[in-house]
Design a protein around this ligand. Structure first.
Ligand code: FAD
Ligand code: DHB
Length: 398
């Protein structure tokens, strides 16, 4: 145990410097509300994590509102549609046409984090890295505080509120008593094997593919960098997946037409991610708020995780601004219900899109025929395409 050395004060203590924590810190800084972000890892680690790639309009708007959109608009790729494929057939969802003009932006989470960190340094956003054993205290009273250890020295931060933005494995959610929490969870019986390679993408738009051997996704980070995913058993090991095996399997699942666009090359990142649907309610208890993956996880199909983290903290920043600037707690009291209403719709969409496109070990040929029937229906129905498009580009903030 180190010596208790430093005791400082802020208005909002933010746990975690992922997208939720840093977007919130920027929003509060802009509103003149004091905040300190406390992060377990270092900046390089947080920035290097290869994760999300698709930003909804809501997230693009947030980047712009914070004055962070310049590089994103220069280097990001605006996508007006996406492709669904199965059994060699393909069709396009015209997202822009079906939604009255909405699009998504392909811009990696790593780039978003870099923009947030760079601007944070210029704007005096305070981030403490390498904070060990972060703990939350007094959340049900009027003067909470958090503690951690850094370089062997105990630190204490007094605050008015704590924002738990520390992801699925963080400490914040567990600081709410079990008696007030209700958790909903489904763990899927497969994972996503993802690679990054510096080769041009197979197609200028993403391809989501249902194949009898499992789901495949052709995505990208830029005109010269491809991101591909394959559904795989959870017990597969990375050593089992040479690049050659990955490319062969990808081309098989994508079918001849899409595979014709695939350029093979060495991968420089390869990982297996589990898939989970998870929501913990409520998202506020006393002076603790949860935001982003700390409160909910979606399976990645449909690319909603980062975008939900962004919409949560838009709601939370509004609530805190109301508290400090208008002396009203209406936003604080309504935060959990407002955020969860959007979260559950994204959970539903991600669960549905996963079910439509993946092979489930417990299901048989009947379920596959039903998936194909639904894909055929979507191909031929403007109403069904509109539903998919509206959800894919992101439901409005309300
Ligand atoms: P995190 O990014 O997990 O950040 C939490 C932070 O808290 C971390 O920096 C962590 O180090 C820190 N922390 C944890 N515990 C502690 C502690 N005890 N004390 C202090 N700090 C702590 N989403 C999309 O929207 N689009 C996509 O295309 C997409 N694709 C994905 C692909 C993959 C392979 C994966 C894995 C995820 C994908 N996601 C996608 C999801 C997205 O990456 C997450 O939803 C997003 O990172 C959530 O942000 P967050 O800030 O809530 O949590
Ligand atoms: C990516 C991830 C997704 O989950 C998705 O639906 C689309 C793209 C990506 O990482 O590029």
């Amino acid at each position: 145990m180190g010596r208790r050395k430093r005791r400082v004060r802020t208005q909002v203590a933010i746990i975690g410097a992922g997208p939720a924590g840093l977007f919130l810190a920027h929003l509060l800084a802009r509103a003149g509300v004091d905040a300190v972000v406390v992060e377990r890892r270092d900046r390089e680690y947080v920035e290097a994590r290869v994760r999300a790639g698709v930003l909804e309009q809501v997230t693009v708007d947030l980047m712009d509102r914070l004055g962070l959109g310049k590089r994103m608009h220069r280097e990001g790729l605006v996508h007006e549609g996406t492709i669904l494929a199965h059994d060699g057939g393909m069709f396009r969802i015209d997202m822009k046409g079906l939604t009255g003009g909405s699009t998504v932006m392909v811009y990696g989470q790593q780039e978003v984090m870099r923009d947030l960190f760079d601007a944070g340094e210029e704007r005096g956003v305070q981030v403490v890295f390498d904070a060990e054993d972060v703990a939350l205290h007094g959340l049900d009273g009027s003067s909470p505080h958090i503690t951690w250890r850094k370089d062997g020295v105990e630190q204490l931060l007094d605050c008015d509120f704590v924002a738990g933005c520390d992801g699925y494995h963080g400490v914040s959610r567990g600081s709410m008593p079990e008696s007030v929490r209700r958790e909903y969870e489904r763990v899927y019986p497969f994972g996503w094997l993802g690679i990054l390679a510096d080769v041009p993408p197979a197609n200028h738009e993403l391809i989501y593919c249902n194949h009898e051997r499992g789901f495949a996704l052709a995505s990208m980070r830029s005109a010269t960098r491809s991101r591909y995913y394959l559904q795989c058993p959870l017990d597969d090991r990375l050593e089992d997946w040479s690049d050659d095996r990955f490319w062969d399997e990808l081309c098989l699942r994508l079918g001849d037409r899409a595979a014709a666009g695939v350029t093979r090359g060495p991968s420089f990142e390869k990982s297996i991610a589990p898939l989970r649907s998870f929501v913990s309610e409520p998202m506020r208890w006393g002076r603790l708020f949860l935001a982003g993956d700390a409160a909910h996880i979606v399976p990645p199909t449909g690319a909603k995780g980062l975008n939900l983290a962004a919409s949560d903290v838009v709601f939370l920043a509004e609530a805190l601004e109301q508290h400090y600037l208008e002396h009203s707690d209406a936003g604080i009291d309504g935060y959990s219900a407002r955020a969860l209403a959007r979260v559950w719709k994204a959970e539903r969409f991600s669960w549905w899109f996963t079910g439509l496109t993946h092979r489930f070990p417990e299901t048989g040929p009947l379920e596959h025929r039903l998936q194909v029937a639904e894909l055929d229906y979507i191909r031929d129905s403007r109403a069904a395409q509109t539903t998919l498009a509206e959800n894919y580009v992101g439901l409005p903030i309300s």
